[in-house]
Design a protein around this ligand. Structure first.
Ligand code: SIN
Length: 311
């Protein structure tokens, strides 16, 4: 009733942890068994260590949060040597999220990973808004994204998922470029660039200034973009943006997503994902839907009203 396919990946259900919201290592298993998830997806790793952005790194806002974490991590070599051994085998499907800081870093990062056992796929974070230049020079440009995917694919046989930015001027074109370059899926949306202000101090609330908005506030935007991208590409789309319950998951699937990622909801309630997975069969049964896959891309718009003056 719940299993889904993302290219070569077969997930037991469509719920994946969103990068950055469910740990980077074995802390993922603190709250529940990650085998419950369709896939366990961890926080971004870069080629070189990064300290991350100055605090405060998260502020709450109406319907969500704005974060500027800045991809803190120990770098791929130390991650693989020290943290990865604790993570491998924790989940039925393990996806590492990686990011190059410069174009030439992507293949070097991929070469460090190669065909390491225990990793089922890589998610390429071309869209972090909180690093120098906001990651957007990558995510905005279809040709740059294609070069990144091709460069990574030369160094690793792992299936590649590309995480896209809502700010790309032509998001379907970026998704198409990722698909043509060999990505097995695209995931969207990463956070929306945002600003929180302390007007008395005339300062931004976040230490880095700008940040990325996530949570229920972005769900309608994410649904629209998932729908537009899903109509434009033949590869599966993974929907991300403000998912809090099973109905949200099914809305994304009707809009065109083959699976979803849950992020901000896990920060509020670390048990949100198993709760959502438990809710899904009941919601499907209530609607008489035999399998969650039957919903993918079934959204239909009403016919356009006749032009004024015409019958
Ligand atoms: C961050 O670490 O700043 C957030 C990562 C992202 O949005 O890609």
């Amino acid at each position: 009733m719940l299993d889904v396919r993302l290219g070569p990946l077969h997930l037991k259900n469509p719920v994946i942890s969103a990068s950055g919201c469910f740990g980077q290592g074995a802390e993922a298993a603190t709250f529940f068994d990650p085998r419950r998830l369709g896939a366990l997806l961890l926080k971004t790793i870069t080629l070189n260590p990064r300290a991350g952005n100055p605090p405060p790194r998260i502020v709450e806002t109406a319907g969500g949060i704005i974060n500027s974490i800045g991809l803190p991590n120990k770098g791929i070599d130390r991650y693989l040597a020290e943290t990865f051994p604790e993570v491998v085998g924790l989940a039925d499907c393990l996806i590492l999220n990686v990011a190059g800081e410069r174009l030439e870093e992507w293949p070097r990062l991929a070469a460090c990973i190669g065909d390491r056992a225990g990793i089922d796929a890589l998610e390429l974070n071309v869209s972090c808004p909180n690093v120098e230049q906001g990651g957007l020079p990558f995510a905005r440009d279809p040709e740059v994204v294609a070069r990144i995917v091709r460069g990574v694919a030369r160094e690793t046989p792992l299936p590649l998922i590309v995480k896209l930015a809502p700010e790309a001027p032509d998001l379907p074109a970026v998704a198409q470029a990722a698909a043509e370059a060999g990505a097995i899926a695209v995931s969207l949306i990463n956070t929306i660039r945002a600003l929180a202000v302390d007007w008395r101090a005339r300062r931004p609330l976040l230490g880095y200034g700008f940040g990325g908005l996530s949570g229920p506030a972005i769900k309608p935007v994410a649904l629209r973009l998932v729908h537009e991208v899903a109509r434009a590409v033949a590869i599966p789309v993974i929907g991300i943006g403000g998912i809090q319950d099973a109905d949200d998951v099914l809305e994304f699937m009707v809009a065109g997503a083959s699976a979803v990622q849950v992020g901000t909801a896990s920060l509020r309630d670390p048990l949100a994902m198993p709760r959502i997975i438990d809710e899904l069969p009941e919601r499907l049964a209530e609607a008489g839907v035999a399998h969650v896959r039957d919903l993918v891309g079934t959204l239909r718009f009403p016919p356009a009203p006749p032009a004024p003056g015409r019958p």
